[in-house]
Design a protein around this ligand. Structure first.
Ligand SMILES: Cc1cc2nc3c(=O)[nH]c(=O)nc-3n(C[C@H](O)[C@H](O)[C@H](O)COP(=O)(O)OP(=O)(O)OC[C@H]3O[C@@H](n4cnc5c(N)ncnc54)[C@H](O)[C@@H]3O)c2cc1C
Length: 463
């Protein structure tokens, strides 16, 4: 077992202060994976501090009753995402394929076109080939180290596409793909960042974008938040909810003082399992190294993702040969898709929606979407039995950024400040992952890495 500070037990009180070896900040997939690894390694002296009254961070289940769920945040896993798949297996959580067979619906104004789905967005093969080749030059974990980093970071995906004369029929596919995976429009996403994402997917574009054979292929039984819920259950009172960290003192030499509204905890090492903008909400004394501070402050912290769910008595569209996918060229629906339970006992249409096209009032938004779904799937869509709506941008001080969409020149300016530990602080969270950064898999990978770093740091100091 790992040593604890002299004279302390697994979580000892010294005066009014608790003292532990390792504090983990953040009870998302990254923080909880790190905690689980510490426990597996025999370390008993650690705590997870989570700001909210729940675990899971950017994964969140809507409870549909009778053991069924649909997801408001991260939900799919796919080929190559072995860390999150292993975690599910170890926790006894099953997986099942996302539904995509049938015809997809494309709405342009009053007309609806239907096309047999191949399980992907069918973007132009020649162009994706070019993208794949370029991506081989951009290491996913450190894109700023690419031999062409400066050039590729100075352009947006939109700039690159503009030079390629994309056929009008293909433009929606590219824009939707970039918006869903990159979190913004092609005009706002750095080409270097986009290429690093393709690189993560073994430089196979469909592995990033598609449902069939891609990162949207597989769903998690019980909803993706179940992974965090199960990890937290096994960790018991090591996980402290409603404990936002507001201030961190003495991080350079330790013991580090970690301030929450419930008191101060002291630790030898701290795993900060938060995205950079969330780190920016914590006061550090002494201040962090200048470049790290600047990077956190400037990291894109807008959270445009809003996800909705319509629940129907049955998945009526399937009987009509439709797969439930809806794309709108102009309108609130970026992509609606069938998110019904594995047994198909009722129907769910989830959607990524564009805020500026939709009323902020939930009831009005649900009605507007039902109307659009009816246009694509039939009149039955007008009568959902339940509607859920989660706007991460409106309600989330503890998320701030759903999918980090890096603008031009950010990664080459600040990227090298993302990983290096600062004194006793070890940076974790999906943004720091070597592959699949931004994804649940990246979060799990970053948690494994942080646990190793923390154990190593404690052992080195003991030696
Ligand atoms: C709408 C949406 C769709 C997505 N789709 C997918 C998908 O299909 N597949 C996929 O793989 N990924 C997807 N993602 C991304 C995926 O959900 C995230 O990459 C992953 O969950 C991040 O985990 P994390 O632990 O790194 O960070 P987080 O989940 O953000 O965890 C950080 C935790 O820290 C807590 N916290 C914040 N500040 C403090 C503080 N000061 N003190 C204490 N605690 C604090 C937060 O409450 C949170 O619980 C999606 C995300 C969103 C939002």
């Amino acid at each position: 077992a790992t040593a604890v500070l002299p004279g302390t037990g697994p979580s000892a009180k010294s005066g009014a202060q608790e003292v532990v070896d390792i504090v983990i900040i953040g009870g998302g997939l990254a923080g909880l994976t790190a905690a689980r690894d510490l426990k597996k390694a025999g370390c008993e002296s650690f705590l997870v501090l989570e700001a909210r009254d729940r675990v899971g961070g950017r994964t969140l289940n809507h409870d549909l009753g009778k053991g069924y769920f649909t997801e408001a945040g991260g939900q799919w896993i796919g080929p190559g995402q072995t860390a999150v798949a292993d975690l599910a297996r170890e926790l006894g959580v099953g997986t099942f394929p996302a539904y995509w067979h049938g015809k997809a619906s494309f709405i342009a104004g009053d007309s609806v076109a239907r096309m047999e789905s191949t399980g992907g967005f069918d973007t132009d093969r020649k162009l994706t080939g070019e993208l794949e080749e370029l991506s081989k030059l951009v290491p996913s974990g450190a894109p700023w180290k690419s031999p062409r980093a400066a050039e590729l970071d100075s352009m947006t995906v939109g700039d690159w596409l503009a030079k390629k004369n994309v056929a009008p029929a293909d433009q929606l596919g590219w824009a939707t793909g970039v918006a869903l995976s990159g979190g913004t429009s092609p005009a706002r996403l750095s080409m270097l960042h986009w290429l690093s994402m393709v690189n993560s997917a073994d430089s196979i574009y469909d592995r990033l974008e598609a449902v069939k054979g891609g990162a949207q292929e597989t769903r998690i039984s019980g909803g993706s938040q179940i992974l965090s819920i199960k990890m937290a259950q096994a960790l018991g009172d090591k996980v402290r909810l409603e404990s936002p960290v507001l201030r961190i003192e003495n991080w350079r030499d330790g013991p580090v003082a970690i301030h929450t509204p419930k008191g101060v905890i002291r630790a030898r090492s701290v795993v900060v399992a938060l995205s950079p903008p969330l780190c920016n909400q914590i006061t550090f004394d002494p201040p962090l190294p200048a470049k790290r501070h600047e990077m956190q402050k400037r990291w894109p912290a807008f959270s445009p993702a809003r996800k909705t769910a319509h629940v129907y008595k049955k998945a009526f569209w399937r009987e009509k040969g439709l797969n439930g996918w809806i794309f709108q060229s102009k309108g609130p629906v970026m992509w609606a898709y069938d998110n019904s339970p594995e047994d198909g006992s009722f129907g769910v249409i989830n959607a990524f929606v564009v805020n500026s096209w939709l009323p902020s009032d939930t009831k009005a938004a649900g009605k507007e979407l039902s109307r659009i779904y009816a246009q694509a799937l039939g009149e039955e869509a007008l009568n959902p039995v339940a509607y859920y709506d989660h706007d991460w941008g409106q309600c989330d001080k503890w998320t701030l950024t759903c999918i980090s969409a890096m603008p031009r020149n950010f990664l080459t300016t600040y990227g090298d400040a993302l990983h290096p530990p600062a004194g006793r602080l070890i940076w974790s969270g999906t943004e720091t992952a070597d592959i699949w950064a931004g994804y649940m898999d990246g979060a799990v990978r970053s948690g494994h890495k942080a646990a190793l770093q923390a154990l190593q740091a404690i052992n080195e100091r003991r030696a």
